[in-house]
Design a protein around this ligand. Sequence first.
Ligand SMILES: Nc1ncnc2c1ncn2[C@@H]1O[C@H](COP(=O)(O)OP(=O)(O)OP(=O)(O)O)[C@@H](O)[C@H]1O
Length: 304
Amino acid sequence: MSRPVLTIENLSVDYLVEPVVHAVKDVSFTLRRGEILGLAGESGCGKSTLAYGMVRLLKPPAAITAGRVVFHAGSTSPATPSPSGTPSPSLAAPSPSPVPSARDIDWGELSAEELRMARWDRISMVFQGAMNSLNPVISILDQFEDVFVTHRPRMSRGERRRRCGDLLERVGVDRTRLRSYPHELSGGMRQRVMIAMAMALEPQIMIMDEPTTALDVVVQRDILREISRLRDELGFAVIFITHDLPLLLEISDRIAVMRHGEIVELDDAARIYHEPRHQYTRKLLASFPSLTGDRAAFVRGAAS
Ligand SMILES: Nc1ncnc2c1ncn2[C@@H]1O[C@H](COP(=O)(O)OP(=O)(O)OP(=O)(O)O)[C@@H](O)[C@H]1O
């Protein structure tokens, strides 16, 4: 089993409204280095609250009432352990950063500023509709540059430009688009730009909450294939949140099934599909006719 990059211990999040909503209840799991972990569950089960809670981006009335999130610093590459089994020190935390470089970082113990930096450096996020968060009056290049100027102040202008172009090309957008403004790009391109930005500082974890939901199916598939390929290439871990269980089965290494704020089952994607243990997982699988073959049976029935 590969080493963990993030440990979530007994995390609980409430919305302090009347009556109180217990949105995340005593959730514990480990994210392994370089894996794609799918988070599935019906609307309102607490997936987004869990994701925001993990990176401490929750705003009132939400409050973390228990638990902690520990980030295990180290190499992004899952295939580079030293002979002793621990990552080579030279690979840890590659760039100067104000985030403490201790191996284990308790997210709850960081100051607001350290958290802000760590969010791009260690963990980055692509949320649903992120493409709409690009500033409409600033070119793509300037928005990219902002990330580097803030987080990599020692990087030269030329180096920044080169990195920005390389990043765009990584996600399948021509580097000439750096000069464009967001409105000149399609929705798919803008979402790719957001994914490229999330990769800019080579984080060890990317959290993606319905990152392709607003896009048509063909563009969605293209982008997902891209994410999967980049993960193989760069070795970051992904927490991928979506309602779309068939899609999760396709791209995830493991899947966590969430219900009413709890993780009821977490296992390899293949086992979730072939040998679901929890009744709710079975119900969720059955709600996708394309997975269970019901649709095929239906079509056959109609034809006969
Ligand atoms: N600001 C809020 N105030 C009160 N309750 C909230 C608030 N935001 C979310 N909730 C509740 O918290 C629970 C979890 O919501 P959350 O958005 O995390 O679920 P989700 O699984 O991500 O849903 P979806 O898939 O629809 O995005 C739900 O019962 C929701 O109604």
